[in-house]
Design a protein around this ligand. Structure first.
Ligand SMILES: [Zn+2]
Length: 442
């Protein structure tokens, strides 16, 4: 029987149909039935479709335009050659994963038996969303290094905000390294960035566990941290494009399996994710160039790991007035271009006085513990940052030019109000430490 501690080392094809009793008291499960991984894995697609839907079944492929020539188009060709009826919807370049866009998949022909997401994480999130609504099995054919392919939820935009919807665990994942070896620097940077940003998400998870009593699994946290650290290895030793793609792809799949084991979004839902979402909203509202999701995640982690370190390093914060909730709602509406009522409805109420005192005591009691966690996270992210910069031909120039200090300040300040999960930023907000970034940003 597979043991949870061995998940980072057992062959990737065995990370399916798992039921793992864990020292945390839970039994973690993986429902995904097949993972086809490696060079030429795409050739296994017809056999998978046949296993789930029978020979000659009708399938519906949702594909991303950027990768359709290597991924979606090839998937369709291979299926057609084996007499499957394959309809295809191609999302134009840069189409965000919104509910409106995801709903286009719901128009698939009625006799469709399997949905296929052929593209990056965003396309596949929409396919999982549609598969859940249509009650159909879905197969992911990966065209980037997203670590969300196997997660049982989807990040989908709604009314200008990004939400996490509980959807379905895909029946199968096909990750063909041949499709990934020519990925450009941004796609590689995004894949590496998403993995390398994890220490911040893991800090938030642990702190939320201590402060709010949120469930925590040390075994999964350890595996996620390990996958995050291993992501640097091919870059450190200067591996060639193909070996690098294979290693990064494998770690992304392993990380993705962990989100399915956990059955909640905590591994992809720390302060760095909330800040990345705020940066995306800012770029959308101002028609600025949008970076890939994993790129934003890493930039957010690099910024936030320093903020957390500073926060836990200072014992005396001095007096700050509590957060101005109306001002926060106004800024969300004005700077992110969303409706004012919608913005106000997102702003969290100020915590009740006695509950907040308990929270404060927790932060004081565990400060040394949290500080050492923040130190470790900041050191890991700083090391990854040098690799991240080196990945780009312009030696990280765009990283500096991408967001200003004001952008980071504004987005960090509003991040705890645009998403639900508890993070250290929520506490900083309640302490009144974030409002100063809003003043003068009207
Ligand atoms: Zn566990």
């Amino acid at each position: 029987m597979v043991k949870i501690e061995t998940l980072n080392t057992i062959p990737i094809g065995r990370l399916v149909n798992l039921s793992l009793p864990c020292p945390c008291g839970q039994t973690h499960t993986v429902e995904t039935r097949d993972i086809a991984f490696g060079e030429g894995a795409l050739e296994t697609l017809p056999a998978l479709v046949e296993a789930y839907a029978g020979p000659g079944a009708r399938v519906f492929i949702a594909a991303g335009a950027d990768t359709v020539s290597v991924c979606g188009g090839n998937a369709r060709k291979i299926l057609a050659a084996r007499n499957f009826k394959a309809d295809m919807l191609v999302y134009e370049s840069g189409q965000p994963p919104t509910r409106q866009n995801a709903d286009r998949i719901l128009n698939a022909p009625e006799d469709t038996r399997v949905l296929i997401g052929a593209g990056g994480g965003a396309v596949c999130d929409m396919v999982k969303y549609a598969a859940y609504k249509l009650k159909l099995p879905c197969i992911m054919v990966a065209a980037d290094f997203s670590d969300s392919f196997l997660s049982p939820f989807s990040m989908i935009g709604n009314a200008g905000f990004k939400e996490i919807y509980v959807t379905v665990a895909p029946a199968a994942l096909v990750m063909d390294v041949n499709l990934l070896q020519y990925a450009g620097e941004a796609v590689v940077g995004s894949g590496f960035g998403a993995l390398a940003a994890k220490p911040v998400a893991l800090s938030d998870w642990y702190i939320s566990h201590v402060v709010t009593g949120e469930g925590y699994c040390p075994a999964i946290a350890e595996l996620a941290l390990c996958a995050s650290e291993l992501a640097a290895a091919p870059f450190k030793r200067g591996a060639g494009a193909k070996a690098r793609a294979a290693e990064l792809a494998e770690l992304s799949v392993r990380s993705s399996v962990l989100t399915q084991l956990l059955k909640n979004s905590r591994l992809v839902n720390g302060g760095e994710t909330h800040l990345a979402h705020a940066l995306e909203m800012l770029c959308a509202a101002q028609n600025r160039t949008r970076r890939l999701y994993g790129e934003n995640l890493f930039l957010a982690a690099a910024f936030l790991s320093k903020v957390y370190l500073k926060f836990f390093s200072e014992s005396e914060k001095g007096f700050c007035p509590p957060p101005d909730l109306n001002l926060r709602g106004e800024r969300i509406a004005a700077r992110f271009g969303v409706g004012e009522a919608e913005a106000m409805s997102r702003v969290k109420p100020y915590p009740e006085a006695d509950k907040f005192e308990v929270t404060r005591h927790k932060y004081a009691e565990y400060r040394a513990d949290f500080l050492s966690l923040a130190k470790r996270a900041a050191a890991r992210v700083a090391e990854a940052h040098t690799i991240f910069k080196r990945l780009y031909a312009d030696a990280g120039y765009w990283i500096k030019s991408c967001y200003s200090a004001e952008d980071y300040g504004l987005c960090m300040s509003l991040a705890p109000d645009i998403r639900e999960k508890y993070t250290v930023l929520r506490h900083m907000r309640d302490e009144g430490l974030l409002d100063r970034y809003l003043l003068g940003s009207g």
